[in-house]
Design a protein around this ligand. Structure first.
Ligand SMILES: [Mg+2]
Length: 377
């Protein structure tokens, strides 16, 4: 492989624990499968080259997996030292094979995602372009909807109040969680929020995989009257056939894909026509390189896109998707960075700063629990 003059000199990996102000519950808590969420663990990768150029990427885990992601990244990062940082696809392949005995889905790609994203950030900064522009943007702003206000630990009144705040902040849609043990309570909450925000505001619901096929169909039929933009994760994330049946049976679009961590897993949903709207998550599927592969498959299949979580990365990727995508608004990550995502008229503005346009904050440094440096500082 011919190398350009620059080469990767060091990789710094940090594990950062982000506390959440309130414990968060979705349907998985009510079925007893998971505990309420109190924190997120972020894996940051900072790559430096011999010429002194820098790239930053990150991955994350919720409820479990943070220490494993960090450990895997520390183990494989040595494979980048001395390499040409421009050869991102080759380097992804090198890293995933170096740890292939633990598999090419799950924790391994999630760990490598931080490194892959840092390489894309570095490349865009070298070109003095935002990541969206480097990839080839279709637009300079993306539709956004709020998720963080609609959790099941909040009362209906609180959800309505947060919806008002979101809409006043310029966010264009409202998603709420469903999947309570009593489906009538879900319907009461959906009806309450729909009445509160009016029929013109795009609204979504998310069952976080906790319905069985019968319940999903029954609930899906009852939800048709609310004119939802989509029903998210009605079924187990790996039930491609069940999702496809539901997508055929209901007028309301079906969205899924956030829990999958490898391109072939998402490809199966696309081939089976399991979703009208695909929800890949770049940190979960290995970073930008893998996300772009999924996006190409999804576009070829005529699917819409609503990437999951981490709006700070996904607004660039949504801007580069041929169809208008939806980016999920969570304010959770704000303390980790100096910059803020700008929102106006229902849309997020894609930053024009080079790369991801993000700087790790002092607060994130203070929340750092582990740091390792591979290569020469
Ligand atoms: Mg979801």
């Amino acid at each position: 492989m011919t190398r350009s003059h620059d080469a990767i000199r060091s990789v710094k990996l940090s594990s950062v624990t982000l506390p959440l102000s309130t414990p968060i519950s979705d349907a998985k808590v009510f079925t007893g499968r998971q505990k309420a969420m109190t924190e997120g663990i972020f894996l940051f990768a900072e790559i430096t080259t011999e010429d002194g150029r820098e790239g930053m990427g990150f991955s994350y885990s919720l409820r479990a997996g943070g220490p494993a992601q960090y450990a895997h990244a520390v183990e494989v990062a040595d494979g980048l030292i001395g390499e040409d940082p421009n050869d991102i696809a080759r380097l992804y392949t090198k890293l995933i094979w170096s740890g292939a005995s633990v598999g090419r889905s799950g924790v391994a790609p999630q760990a490598i995602a931080a490194l892959d994203t840092a390489l894309w950030d570095l490349k865009a900064k070298r070109a003095d372009l935002s990541l969206a522009k480097l990839l080839g943007a279709h637009r300079d702003s993306v539709r956004t909807y709020n998720t963080s206000g609609g959790y099941l630990n909040s009362t209906l009144e609180e959800v309505k109040e947060k919806a008002t705040q979101s809409l006043e902040a310029g966010i264009g849609g409202i998603k709420i969680k469903v999947g309570l043990p009593d489906g009538r309570e879900d319907l009461r909450r959906v009806a309450g929020v729909r009445e509160h925000i009016g029929e013109d505001v795009p609204m979504m619901v998310d069952a976080n995989q906790q319905w069985d096929r019968t319940t999903a169909l029954r609930m899906g039929r009852k939800l048709e009257e609310f004119g939802l933009t989509w029903i998210e994760e009605p079924l187990d994330a790996y039930d491609a056939e069940g999702h496809a049946e539901l997508a055929r049976s209901l007028d309301t679009p079906i969205a899924t894909g956030e829990m999958l961590s490898a391109v072939p897993e998402l490809e199966r949903l696309i081939t089976a026509r399991s979703a009208d709207i695909l929800q890949p998550d770049a940190p979960r599927i290995g970073g930008i390189t893998q996300f772009l592969r999924v996006a190409t498959l999804a576009d070829q299949a005529g699917l819409d896109l609503a990437p999951h979580f981490v709006m700070e990365i996904h607004l660039h990727l949504a801007a580069a998707y041929p169809r208008e995508a939806w980016v999920e608004h969570f304010d959770w990550l704000e303390p980790l960075f100096d910059e803020r995502v700008e929102i106006a008229d229902g849309r997020m503005i894609v930053p024009t700063r080079p790369g991801l346009g993000l700087t790790i904050s002092d607060q994130a440094r203070a929340w750092t629990k582990d740091t390792a440096v591979v290569g020469r500082l």
